[in-house]
Every structure is written in C-alpha cells, then in structure tokens.
Design a protein around this ligand. Structure first.
Ligand code: CMC
Length: 434
C-alpha cells in the first residue's frame, strides 16, 4: 500500500480539534482511511457493525470488484483460472505462493500434497464417536480441530517451515476427512486415498468406491468437481476467512483456526446457502409455484429469502455463478439429465427474479450457491455434504490468508471495540431487595 497525497480530516461540530488521517492506496479498489490514531487522539471509536466500511487488514491474495462482477486470484480472473488455468492444485499453489507454478514446481507440489493425503489411523475413532446422522459440518469442525492433537511437529506458528507443512497437511487431508464423514454417515467402510489419482478424482474415489466395487472416474464429472473447488477456493475477507484470521490473531494453531472457519461457514447466510438453495428448490417443487414463492420472499414479515441470491460485495452477476451455471449444464448433459426438473426450475426462478423490480432495485443476482447444489447433487453428493465440499475448497484460501496474516508485520491480535448501551456502574443489592 502507498500513501496518498490526499489526507482525510475529521472535524467536530462542537469545536473539538480536527484530526487529520492518512489515506492509503491499494493497487486496485477503494482507498482506505487510516483511523488507528482516532481513539488515542479523540477518545472515540468508529461504529461499523458487519464491517460495511472497514478494511481489517491489507492483503494481496484475492480481489473482488462487486460492481463489475469481477473476481481475481492473485490478479488472474476466475474465468481464466476455471476454464484454461489447469486444475485445482494449480489454483492452490497460486493462492499460497502468489504465482502460478512452472511445470516442475507443479510436479513437486502435487507430489507433496499427495504424500499427505492419509490421516492418522487413530482419526477413525473420532468419527466413530459421532452419531451416524450427525451433520457433516459438525463432524468436520470436530475432526479438523482434532488434527492439532496428531501433528505436534507442525504447530509452531513462528516457524515458516511448520506453517508450510500445516498448510499442505490441511489441503491434503480435507478430502479424506470429508469423504470419511460421508462414508460414516451411510455406514460404509472408510476408503483410503489413492495417490495415483488426481486430487478431485481421488476425492470421488474415496466418496464412491467400496471394497467390493471400484469407482470408475468420469473425466467430465472430475473436471466439474475441480471447477467447484476452484470457484470456492478463496473470496477475500468473507465471514469465515475473517473468523480464521481473528482466531489466528491470538496465535492459535492453524488446525484450530480452520476448524473455526468451518464453524462460521456452516451458517445459511454463508456456505450453508448451497444446501439451503437446493432445499428451497425442492420445496418450491414446480414452475407453477414460483410466483407464490416470490411473493413470500418480497413479504418482509415472512422471513423467506431467495437462497442463492444476493451478496454483500457483488452488486452485479457473481462471476462464479455464471461458470457454475455452465458446469451445471455440462454435467447434466453428460449424465443424460438435460431435463432435470430442478435445473429447469432454477433457470425459471432466476429469470423471473432477474426481471422483478424487488430484486432489480436491490441489485440481487444469483450467487455461486444458486447452481452449485444442482451440480453436486448430479455428482452424487448428498445435500448435507454440500457445505463440507465448500469447506474442502475454501481450506486453501483460509490457510493462504492465515499465512499472510502471520507474516504481516502490522498484525496484531484482533480486538473490535463496542458502543456500550447497557447499565452504567451500579451496586449489587441483597437478594431480598431485588
Ligand atoms: N432474498 C430476498 N431479499 C434479499 C436477499 C435474498 N436472498 N438478499 C438480500 N435481500 C434484501 C434484504 O432484505 C435487503 O432488503 P431491504 O433493503 O428492503 O431491507 C436488501 O436486499 C439488502 O440486503 P442485506 O441483507 O442488507 O445484504 P447483506 O449484504 O447484509 O447480505 C447476504 C448478503 C448474502 C447475507 C444476503 O443477500 C442473503 O442472505 N442471501 C441469501 C443467502 C445466500 O445465498 N448466501 C450465499 C452468499 S454467496 C456464498 C458465500 O459467501 O458463502
């Protein structure tokens, strides 16, 4: 970041002295006003629930232009990475290291990740402690956090080598854990990773093969999964990433931080939206019911939202949603499901919503979750696992952001302030006087 020549001046109507604050310029995107001296100089905090106008860090990983509907990983447009940019592990290398890998670097990176795909054999006992009908996100919060008790040799966050090893372990083991959560829920034996397969093909193998029947990988479906992973890999300072950074700011180990990110992702306003969007489509059931549903969404007292629509940052079409819609079409075509009623329903719902004044005036467009559920369902992934797949994809983004934070010299423990509106100091009355 560079200093701007322009300064911001904060003045007060009661005649208190004005405060001049520096403005920093990013490489692209809005400038920021540095308010760090505000409290020391004025005794006041800023008030910004939901971080509507607050940059909590500087970052060089991911950039979103919400008005243009643009998403860049390390400067590269998501469309190029998803269409001609190689596979998910290339995106992982890019997010972690800042540049796309050369052929040799890629070979080494793939080999390193592949060598870490197994989890400690003892981990299976953690799984067995859960009810079979436990939500996979609850299983993942528990088991990812539990990794910290197995990998003591990579927990020193001040050692760059430890940070690197933890990052690789998390990226490599997430597919294994997600697939184990699924296998446990359906009562099938856990399937060990196969290191001769690609990252996404191996995940599908661990999900869908059994000791009695190997899973035959289908290139179109593997590529679709890979695309889901690329599209969800990072999204700058969203709620779960900010959670990972905040947890990590205290010096907590990376496995604990990623477990915190998974917990945050679970909510329906964030990663849980793909599951909620598919359930919504199932509930609407038919094109004939769309107008009644839209009326409910527009009625503020109903509490009904159009899941998979709207975004804090995108005020234009989410570029990931466009790609996901394309993938949806390809996968359904490959599986001979072109007439899939849910896909048809989703397209009809999207069309009606995009023409409706309520959505137009609020700049509400489909987000990535609107179509990702349909693709995942077609791949054979059960609805309850959708957010788990999101967590698997986002792990690289979380860990890249965590690493960036740890090596940032400006990093401090995250500690928001508050506007206190409770009772002023008072004395505790005796119980018979209350
Ligand atoms: N359906 C109906 N109305 C909506 C929706 C929606 N999906 N999203 C926003 N609105 C309305 C909202 O009620 C408000 O109306 P008004 O101005 O009359 O009060 C206006 O649009 C602005 O919305 P907001 O709630 O102030 O926007 P936000 O930035 O706080 O929320 C959001 C963003 C994603 C939480 C919200 O759009 C939402 O709940 N969408 C549905 C859930 C969803 O699809 N989430 C996935 C996000 S993308 C993947 C990810 O990041 O995990």
């Amino acid at each position: 970041m560079t200093n701007s020549e322009t300064k911001a001046t904060l003045s007060f109507s009661d005649g208190s002295p004005a405060l001049e604050m520096p403005i920093y310029k990013g490489s692209i995107g809005p400038d920021v006003i540095d308010i760090r001296k505000l409290y020391g100089s004025t005794g006041m905090f800023t008030y910004d629930p939901g971080f509507m106008s607050t940059a909590a860090c500087n970052s060089s990983i991911t950039y979103i232009d919400g008005d243009k509907g643009e998403l860049l990983y390390r400067g590269y447009p998501i469309e190029q990475l998803a269409v001609n940019g190689g596979d998910f592990l290339e995106t992982c290398f890019l997010l972690l290291n800042g540049e796309l890998p050369t052929a040799d670097q890629k070979k080494d990176f793939v080999a390193t990740v592949t060598n870490h795909t197994m989890v400690h054999e003892q981990m299976q006992f953690f799984f067995r402690g859960f009810r079979r009908d436990a939500h996979p996100m609850s299983v993942l919060v528990g088991t990812v956090g539990a990794l910290a008790s197995f990998y003591h040799d990579s927990l020193d966050i001040n050692d760059p080598h430890h940070r690197e090893v933890s990052a690789i372990r998390l990226i490599a083991k997430m597919p294994t854990l997600v697939a184990m959560a699924y296998k446990y829920s359906i009562g099938q034996p856990f399937v060990y990773p196969r290191n001769d397969l690609s990252y996404s093909a191996n995940f599908m193998h661990m999900m869908f093969s059994t000791p009695c029947e190997p899973y035959k990988t289908n290139e179109v479906l593997v590529r679709a999964l890979d695309r889901i992973l690329i599209l969800h890999a990072d999204h700058e300072q969203n709620a779960s990433t900010s959670t990972v950074r905040l947890a990590g700011s205290s010096g907590a180990n990376p496995f604990a931080c990623i477990a915190a990110g998974i917990a945050c992702l679970w909510g329906p306003a964030h990663g849980g939206a793909n599951e909620a969007a598919l359930s919504m489509l199932e509930e609407i059931g038919s094109v004939d019911n769309i107008s009644h549903f839209i009326e409910q969404v527009k009625d503020k007292n109903s509490g009904v939202k159009l899941m998979g629509f709207g975004h804090r940052v995108y005020k234009n079409y989410d570029p990931r949603a466009k790609l996901m819609r394309e993938t949806c079409y390809e996968v359904l075509q490959e599986l001979g499901l072109q007439d899939d009623p849910l896909f048809k329903l989703a397209m009809a719902l999207e069309k009606i919503a995009l023409e409706d004044e309520y959505f137009v005036s609020r700049k509400l467009y489909p987000n990535v979750d609107f179509y990702s559920g349909i693709v995942q369902r077609a791949l054979g992934i059960p609805t309850a696992l959708f957010t788990g797949i999101f967590a698997l994809a986002r792990t690289v983004g979380w860990i890249a952001q965590w690493k960036e934070m740890i090596s940032d010299p400006e990093q401090k423990i995250g500690r928001p302030r508050q506007l206190f509106v409770g009772s002023p100091k008072r004395d505790v009355p005796a119980i018979d006087k209350r």
